[in-house]
Each structure stands twice: as structure tokens, then as C-alpha cells.
Design a protein around this ligand. Sequence first.
Ligand SMILES: [Zn+2]
Ligand SMILES: [Zn+2]
Length: 339
Amino acid sequence: MHSHHSHSGDYVAHGVDPLDDMILQVEKMKFHTYCLTEHIPRIESKYLYPEEIESFENDTDALKQLEMNFTKFLTHAQRIKDSHKNKYPNIIIGTEIEACNTTHIQYAKQKILEYQDQVKFCVGSVHHINGIPIDFDQDNWYKALLSFPNKNLKKMLISYFESQYEMLQILQPKVVGHFDLFKLFWPDSLRVNIDTGECTESSSENDIIVTPMAYLNIWDDIKQLVIRNLKYINSYGGAIEINTSALRKGLKEPYPSSNIGELVKQYCQGRFVLSDDAHGIAQVGVRYLDALQYITQTLQLDTMYYLIENNENGTVHFEKIPITEFANNEFWTLLRANK
Ligand SMILES: [Zn+2]
Ligand SMILES: [Zn+2]
């Protein structure tokens, strides 16, 4: 089995366990491939999270710490990779891009180039809308919505997919992270005027509850942006991750939801990889049995993909695995036994 996206308590403030302990768990669970993808450091203090600032006297020191953590992470990850030369899992070192804004995306591009000997691929994600983190907490999600005049949900979603497109064009990430992250704190009863896209308290016939499963059917122009992004990912051979962190955070489906998943099948050759986005031991392979069901029953994929690194030249490429082979892997037997 594989995960193409992970963090640890050593290098990210909200991480739980040390990286070495997580790797022990990865070995125990018999992963075939595990990718270590700590974030590219953020470079502007306005994007620091509260827990990153608290132990520092000023923001400059907190930013310096992020830089130092990243180089420390690379050394550590390389050590783990070297120790797995002749045993599973295959360790691939990558990095996740948070894509706060254009400056950060450009900085990430530079950083990846600088560390190209170690960093073999990137997970391209978007975590901010109008500079506000949308996966931090409910308050920030609302703040992002409020940053659009008259709480315009439609404009907020358009902004997200435009940022994603910008990130895709600059970085061409091999793996696209949590494609519809905005659904995490999407309120259950968000009433929206479908003509204007504005959130409203009224209940006239044009005001309906819009959910993360409905917006693509309601607003075709947003659906077209999603299709554009997927076609672009397909053009350079990128893949979409099925990220189970959505399940551990209480959502019904992983990222992306099946409405996007169907479009990936249509416009990106169904090129999916699997990720746990773990931040601690308990999150390694978290909810993978549910992901298996999502893959085989909900999306009914006939192929899964995973990254493989060429030991000769250090490049990475996707390898295909037929779904029967994927679903019959001994990994699942072990997982069911330990449930
Ligand atoms: Zn992320
Ligand atoms: Zn992540």
C-alpha cells in the first residue's frame, strides 16, 4: 500500500508523533511506498499559525524556525530513505506546497529546484482563500467567506479553483493534494441565492441549501473551472490524491468527494493515488478500509496509481496497479485483522 502525503510532530507544529516512530508504524503495517512531504516553509509572517508563534518572541524567529525545520526534515528524511535501501517501504521524499499566495508559490518553485537532489516531487495544495486558511477552524472558514462582498460562496469557490490553477501552472505538481479542501468546514445549512451566489437568511425559491455535493450541479461555470484544472493536470501527467484525512476529521467521503472523483475519471484518466496525510502514528493508514470501499464501490475505479523512484537516475514516475491486485493486497488482510 501507499501514502503520498505525510507530516510528523518533529517538523510541523500541529503534528503529533516523531517521524521515526511513524516510520516504525508504517513498517509494521507493511506499506509498500510511503512519501514524506513536509511543507515548504512559509515566508510571510501573516501566514504563521498561532501555535507557530507562541514559543517565539517575534515573527522573524518563528519564520526562521520554519526554514530550519525544513532543512532538518530533509536530512532526517534522507537518513530514513537510506536505511530503507533494501527493505520496504520505499521511501520517497517530497514536499507539500501550501500555496498561500503567488509569492509563496514562486518561492516553493525555487526551493524545490534548490533541493532537487533530495526532493523528488511535490504535493500541490491550496490552503488559503484570500489569504485566510480554510482548514484551520470554523472561524477562519467564515472569515474567508466574509472576505467576499455579501458572503458570496460562489465567488469564494471560484477564487479557490483559480488559485489552484495558478499553483498547477507554476509547479505542475505530480500529486494534487486534497482537491476540495474547502468542504472541511462547509456548514451543513448554508443557504445561498443561486443566481448571485450570495449567502442569505431568506428562503425565497432561489435561495437553497448548497452542499459540497451540490455546487457543481448548481453552478456550471464552477464545474468548468474544475474540468479545466483536471485537464491541465492530465496534460502534464499529474495525479489526484484520495486523501483519507477528511474521513478522520468526520467527513463522509475522502478528498475529493465523488462529484469531483467522477470528473477525474472523465478528464484526468482516473489517475488517483492514495494518501493518509498522517501527522502522527494513529493517523498512518487511517481509514484506509473506508478508502478501499470508496475506491471500489463508490468510484468503481479499475486502476490505482503510485509513485516509484528510479534508483539509477533519481526520477519518479507513476506505476499502474489493476484494482483487483490493489484490493487483494495482503495489506488489507493485516489491516482487517488489527481492526
Ligand atoms: Zn495540506
Ligand atoms: Zn498535508
